[in-house]
Design a protein around this ligand. Structure first.
Ligand code: NDP
Length: 340
């Protein structure tokens, strides 16, 4: 339940757990709905926007009502012609044990049951689509391109880096958490030794972003996949090459600020002929079947891997969500509500 609207950072105490009795049956007259048992919930950075009273981006949650987001669920009852009792689905649901989903616009069937179900919160779900659309539709990659990915070990970033490697790019990722912490070491190690990035660095150990980029990109950057915005974006623009591309996927460094930071060197967009373009995955779900066709064989042939950070129990959801904004998660942050 959302207990308070947030102004800047989100705290666990802005959310609370409530128990109430419900009927495990769709009410009469409620056509086109599905009643589901939620199995896995997805913690996603955008959720904080809906926890603000006014955000100018997506609808705000109602106070004293359940938080909603992406999840994987089992259909218990259905008055919708496309979904049947017993089927597994992923899409928009509530942060609850059971949800009545009336708006099924973003609800998809789980097709491949021999892959981990939790993957439908990540690599086979919204973040996977975000990485696919962002990289293939907005980065115009060419073999040999030099690419930088920020928040690279997260749900989206780890896939972007791996897609870029399959496309023949040279890829450097950054990840953080506290300076020199175990989590930071784990993330940087993951990028280089498990996810196949060519290089990786802990940005939180660096005082001067421009200097670290010059160190890792002595010849400049062709493609920047931006997950963080802010000062890193500013430093990247200094280091872009002529005709570079910046895909603006997200700007998590700004989500907990009351006043957005400015980027002062947009001048480089025209002097270096850079194409910088933002996108939201919700405009691109028609590409989902094409995406599955590409990604499922890559997973099955172990040509692509996916790291998840699993929190157990719905009561762990507030802490797991808050952890995203300080980089506590290592990989895709998932919450298990029930395993079947
Ligand atoms: P992640 O799994 O990457 O988790 C968030 C990560 O962001 C943290 O682990 C942390 O990693 C990093 N981070 C947190 N706070 C800051 C900060 N102040 N400055 C820099 N980095 C920070 O999340 P996702 O992969 O799900 O999302 C990545 C980005 O993609 C977000 O910006 C999100 O909003 C965006 N997104 C956009 C979509 C779209 O449709 N355009 C859809 C889905 C996601 P670390 O510090 O270790 O780097």
């Amino acid at each position: 339940i959302l207990s308070n609207y947030v102004k800047s950072s989100v705290k666990e105490s802005d959310m609370s757990l409530r128990t109430s009795k419900i009927q495990l049956k769709i009410p009469r007259g409620c056509d086109g709905a599905v009643l589901v048992k939620n199995l896995y919930l997805s913690c996603d950075p955008y959720i904080i926007q809906s926890m603000k009273k006014r955000n100018g981006y997506i609808a705000s949650f109602m106070l004293d009502s359940p938080i909603s987001g992406f999840g994987v669920s089992k259909v218990l009852d259905s008055t919708h012609t496309n979904f049947k009792t017993g089927e597994l689905v992923w899409g928009f649901t509530g942060w609850e044990e059971y949800s009545l989903i009336k708006d099924t616009n973003i609800l998809f069937k789980v097709h491949d049951k021999d892959l981990p179900l939790s993957y439908y919160t990540g690599i086979l779900g919204m973040p996977g689509m975000t990485a696919y659309v962002g990289f293939f539709e907005f980065c115009s990659p060419k073999k040999g391109d030099i690419m930088y990915v920020s928040a690279a070990s997260g749900a989206v970033g780890q896939l972007v880096g791996q897609f870029a490697k399959t496309a023949g790019c040279y890829v450097v990722g950054s990840a953080g958490s506290k300076e020199k912490s175990v989590v930071a070491l784990m993330k940087v190690d993951l990028l280089k030794n498990k996810l196949g990035f060519d290089e990786a660095f802990n940005y939180k150990e660096e005082q001067d972003y421009d200097a670290v980029l010059k160190r890792y990109f002595p010849d400049g950057i062709d493609i920047y996949f931006d997950n963080v915005g802010g000062k890193m974006l500013e430093a990247v623009l200094n280091n872009m090459r002529l005709h570079g591309r910046v895909a603006v996927c997200g700007m998590i460094s700004q989500y907990c600020l009351e006043q957005l930071e400015g980027v002062h060197n947009l001048l480089y967009l025209f002097t270096k002929r850079i194409r910088m373009e933002g996108y939201t995955v919700s405009d691109h779900y028609h590409l989902y079947p094409k995406f599955l066709e590409m990604v499922v064989p890559l997973i099955k042939e172990e040509k692509i891997t996916y790291v998840e950070d699993i929190a157990e129990g719905i009561e762990s959801a507030p802490g797991a969500l808050v952890g995203l904004y300080s980089g506590r998660n290592v990989g895709k942050q998932v919450v298990v509500v029930a395993r079947e």
